[in-house]
Design a protein around this ligand. Structure first.
Ligand SMILES: [Zn+2]
Length: 255
């Protein structure tokens, strides 16, 4: 019996799909599943929601999904496509009248304070800026009635936080899973993992590496995410191994 639902708010790579300036073949954009916002996920628990990452489209992602409450935010890492929507959290601070809890590694907190410097400054009454209550990512995160295990993977030189809750795990941007993280990733029912494109990438699992990782960990179901326009949803998924699929914006996975 599951306790929650993971909602894929964005399944796209850093450019999003369609990418600015790129002309697509006829028909490609007719499929809504080929429209990919930047990577983000919501974990809906029995008593609240954890938002993982704040892409530039955050307001649209949350309003389209009908999400009104965010108990806390977890930042996987501070590349632009994962944090540039943090200003949108200002609206939630306005509604609740308090800072929003943001879990981030201390190295990522430095970036957040630099990028959103104004969010930590004093302002006269009546001026509303986002307020972030930055907290180091604990190994066990209790949010929304969920007990979420966090771990760290490599994304090129950057560290990225992944999560496991029950038999569900999510790893956005990743190029290497260290053994101490890997041991937490066996026995999964559903696994969502980076598979950015077909060609090798220095900072991401490409298609073949994602499939190798899935073949090793043997989750019952796996979904590739952080997807570029290499993938034509309906065409690609016909040729995927059993139990492997492409994520898409709006996909819901019970856990
Ligand atoms: Zn990244």
């Amino acid at each position: 019996m599951g306790i929650g639902t993971a909602v894929i708010l964005g399944s796209g790579t850093s450019n999003g799909v369609p990418m600015l300036g790129h002309v697509y073949p006829p028909g490609y954009l007719d499929n809504p599943k080929n429209h990919r916002r930047r990577a983000s996920i919501l974990l809906q628990g029995p008593t609240g929601n954890l938002l993982i990452d704040c892409p530039p489209e955050l307001r649209l992602q949350l309003t389209d999904a009908g999400i009104y409450d965010i108990e806390a935010v977890l930042i996987s890492h501070t590349h632009a496509d994962h944090v540039m929507g943090m200003d949108d959290l200002r609206s939630i601070c306005m509604v609740t009248g308090k800072p929003i809890t943001v879990y981030a590694r201390s190295d990522h907190q430095v970036d957040i304070k630099r990028i959103f410097e104004y969010a930590f400054r004093e302002f006269p009454p009546g001026v509303v800026v986002p307020r972030f209550d930055l907290i180091e990512v604990p190994e066990l995160l209790n949010v929304g009635g969920m007990e979420i295990r966090t771990f760290v993977v490599d994304h090129g030189k950057m560290k990225v936080v992944g999560v496991r809750v029950n038999d569900f795990a999510y790893i956005t941007d990743v190029s290497y899973i260290p053994p101490e993280a890997e041991e937490l990733l066996y026995g999964l029912d559903a696994f969502v993992v980076d598979g950015v494109r077909y060609k090798p990438h220095p900072n991401h699992f490409n298609f073949d590496q994602a499939l190798e990782c899935i073949a090793k960990l043997k989750p019952k179901r796996a979904y590739l995410t952080h997807l570029s326009h290499d993938y034509d949803h309906d065409v690609t998924r016909r040729n995927l191994p059993d139990g492997v699929d492409l994520a898409y914006d709006g996909l819901e996975i019970a856990f």
